[in-house]
Write a protein that binds this ligand. Structure first.
Ligand SMILES: Cc1cc2nc3c(=O)[nH]c(=O)nc-3n(C[C@H](O)[C@H](O)[C@H](O)COP(=O)(O)OP(=O)(O)OC[C@H]3O[C@@H](n4cnc5c(N)ncnc54)[C@H](O)[C@@H]3O)c2cc1C
Length: 422
């Protein structure tokens, strides 16, 4: 077992509550959380706060937590990074759970065992909150050299560890055609590429940079942004809608669609996405049309556990279809945090021998639609169960003409829950 500060602190902090939540072997029941993003951190903090009788361990491959929400303005130097970064080991020590920095490479659900680097860890309860994987192969084929080149030269900035490289790329951009792809859905935070495109357009315009953004969009865009691009940034953005990417050549710097071959000087390639790799290894992918594995995780939509396995819970962006009425839940930080809370509560109830109450999540997403003057949009999603048991989604889009930091207030609210901060 590792001896990092967080691991020790968590182990020592919990001496009480032995009778409740004991595992079959007589010790405390152990919850293992894989992934310390919005979903995993919220679950860890809630379990620690609400169930002192349980042993809580988080396994995360990155050293620090950093927010993707609110990063787009920072990328173009419009704002200081709005949310503080947190070292995972410090956070675990402060909140009283244990933390192991490692990559989980295998999950054996029959044995309830996780392989993380050299460590084999047993669990009573598992929360899988590992986020997304990039599916470059859909655009680049099975060409490791091309995939490595796109990762290195044209990072998506859809994982926190890529943000610094993306910011440097924009700071170094002196003009020409900058290409950015909007991937086909389902994908992480669908409004994010448009907000980022708007920020880049604003930055090109105000800094008088002789460049333009070629936005190659698998879909039709979002109506509010389509208007903003056409009315305010027509010299900065060329928005190609319903453009299905056929291939990318990162060495020749070309992207081909059904109709065009587009040359670019630099690029931000946001690729198609699916559930994190570990979901496939754990045998938790949905089944696709012809019985083949799909891209996202299968789960029980009312309780968030794996199908037929009430010991393993799934939360966040990795989830697949929640309802035939609307498909997947929005892949937002708000949603991941809510699901982290629901999974934690479900585990606490089961560990105490109480029937878990089905709970549905909700989501909110705050998006900047322009900078000067500032405008924002809030997308809210609420859920209820219909008489036949299916989950129904209600979406509301609110335009905020005079925003006053609503996005930061929202993010600090979630931070307070998961980092016990502010
Ligand atoms: C530019 C941008 C802007 C966004 N803006 C908003 C916004 O305004 N509002 C909003 O609600 N959402 C926003 N989002 C979406 C939000 O970031 C995601 O929905 C959220 O991060 C999902 O949380 P998660 O816990 O599912 O996954 P993540 O936050 O990705 O966490 C997963 C963690 O698991 C770790 N991991 C993965 N595999 C392993 C493994 N095998 N072993 C160990 N660790 C592993 C990863 O390192 C990562 O830390 C935005 C996203 C982007 C890209």
């Amino acid at each position: 077992m590792p001896t990092r500060r967080g691991f020790l602190a968590g182990g020592l902090a919990l001496a009480a509550g032995r009778a409740l939540g004991q595992s079959a072997g007589g010790g405390r029941q152990r919850v293992l959380i894989v992934g310390g993003g919005w979903g995993g951190l919220t679950a860890a903090a809630r379990l620690r706060r609400m169930a002192p009788e349980l042993d809580v361990s988080l396994i995360e491959r990155d050293a620090e937590f950093r927010s993707l929400p609110l990063s787009n303005a920072w990328l173009v130097g419009r704002a200081a990074e709005a949310l503080p970064r947190r070292d995972h080991a410090d956070l675990a020590a402060a909140l009283g759970y244990t933390c192991l920095r490692a990559e989980v490479t295998a999950i054996d659900r029959a044995r309830r065992r996780v392989q993380a680097g050299p460590h084999a860890l047993d669990y009573d309860w598992l929360i899988l909150a590992a986020g997304i994987r990039y599916d470059y192969a859909r655009w680049l084929g099975d060409d490791p050299r091309a995939i490595e080149a796109v990762r290195r030269l044209y990072p998506a900035g859809y994982a926190a560890g890529e943000l610094d490289a993306l910011r440097r790329k924009l700071a170094d951009f002196k003009g020409g055609d900058l290409l950015m792809t909007v991937p086909p859905g389902p994908s992480r935070c669908p409004p994010a590429p448009y907000e980022r495109a708007m920020m880049i357009a604003w930055w090109l315009k105000t800094h008088k940079i002789a460049g333009r953004l070629l936005l190659v969009d698998a879909g039709g865009g979002m109506s509010r942004f389509n208007r903003v691009f056409a009315e305010r940034y027509k010299d900065q953005v060329r928005h190609l809608t319903h453009a299905v990417v056929k291939a990318i050549d990162p060495f020749a710097r070309t992207l081909s669609t059904e109709f065009d071959e587009i040359r670019f000087d630099d690029a931000i390639i946001i690729p198609p996405q699916g559930a994190a790799d570990i979901v496939r290894q754990a045998g938790l992918l949905e089944t696709g049309a012809a019985g083949t594995p799909g891209a996202w995780a299968a789960f029980d939509p009312l309780h968030l556990h794996a199908p037929g396995d009430e010991r393993a819970f799934l939360v966040g962006d990795l989830l697949g279809r929640a309802s035939p009425l609307f498909g997947a839940y929005p892949k937002s930080a708000h949603m991941a945090a809510r699901q982290g809370r629901i999974a934690a509560d479900g585990i606490i109830a089961r560990a105490r021998g109480v029937a878990p109450a089905p709970t549905l999540p909700d989501s909110q997403c705050h998006v900047h639609t322009d900078v000067d003057p500032p405008e924002m949009m809030r997308i809210e999603a609420a859920y209820r169960r219909r008489g036949d048991g299916l989950i129904v989604q209600s979406l509301r889009q609110v335009e905020e003409r005079q925003p006053r930091g609503e996005d930061e207030a929202w993010a600090r609210g979630l931070y307070a829950e998961m980092l016990a901060a502010e």
